[in-house]
Design a protein around this ligand. Structure first.
Ligand code: C5P
Length: 241
């Protein structure tokens, strides 16, 4: 289940910098080691502080997942992806609901860039349930909708998907070991679940086929983030040796 791919990728943890200021983001980054993890910048931090934070974190040696989930007409999405590529980020994402032409335009824009981040599709947000889908006119079951959008993303040339750890086994089986599966909703044993509904431990998520784990609150809200990070990383290093 994608093990060859996983063993070659030791930096599997992506720490979510879900903060409202550069100070907090840089403070956490200073406790982490860029040779052991990557960082995710989402809509809040990016909207508040702008692209400078990316440059600062890259200056410290970190690779950045810019999680802005672009979703617009093909031309605008392509331009946004080109702008993200120019910032030198490692990973960028778009909503698969934007459709094939939008994803293909994003793919083309990134392929034309001198720096080519991984381009990842977002299928159905983990916060969306059956009744939410019905309300927006989609009568498909969420799991079927995920698979439909996953296939579309794969066909449109996405490098991988953001998905829940529950979805990884079937997606790994369908798309093979080269497809990147990025999994949020990770909770180390004994940590607070918060608002995430279906969680997995880091080890379970890797065993289920995840390529990268997005971990937010268990690390960014910890009293000693470095200690929490080290314990997760240690657990994961053991499985690949
Ligand atoms: O704090 P926690 O570990 O739940 O953070 C998860 C991170 O992953 C957050 O930055 C959140 O925006 C992101 N995410 C998610 N679920 C998705 C997609 C992204 O929790 N389906």
């Amino acid at each position: 289940m994608g093990c060859e791919y996983l063993i070659q990728n030791t930096k599997r943890i992506i720490v979510a910098l879900d903060f409202s200021s550069s100070k907090e983001a840089l403070g956490l980054a200073d406790q982490l080691d860029p040779s052991r993890c990557r960082l995710k910048i989402g809509k809040e931090l990016f909207t508040r502080v702008g692209p400078d934070i990316i440059e600062k974190l890259q200056g410290k040696g970190f690779e950045i997942f810019l999680d802005l989930k672009f979703h617009d007409i093909p031309n605008t999405t392509a331009a946004a992806c080109a702008a993200a590529a120019e910032l030198g980020v490692w990973m960028v994402n778009v909503h698969a609901m934007g459709g094939r032409r939008m994803m293909e335009a994003a793919r083309e824009a990134i392929d034309k860039s001198s720096h080519r981040p991984l381009l990842i599709g977002v299928t159905v947000l983990t916060s969306i349930g059956l009744s939410d889908l019905n309300e927006i006119g989609i009568s498909t079951d969420p799991a079927d909708q995920v698979m439909r959008l996953a296939k579309l993303s794969h066909d449109a040339g996405m490098d991988g998907l953001v998905c829940s750890a529950q979805e990884t086994p079937i997606l790994r089986q369908e798309f093979g070991s080269d497809f990147v599966l990025v999994t949020p909703g990770i909770r180390p044993t004994g940590s607070d679940v918060g608002d995430q509904k279906r969680t997995m431990t880091p080890l379970e998520a890797i065993h289920s086929g995840a390529s990268f784990l997005v971990i937010g609150r268990p690390i960014n809200q910890a009293k000693c983030p470095r200690q929490v990070f080290d314990s997760i990383d240690y657990e994961l290093l053991n499985i690949s040796s």
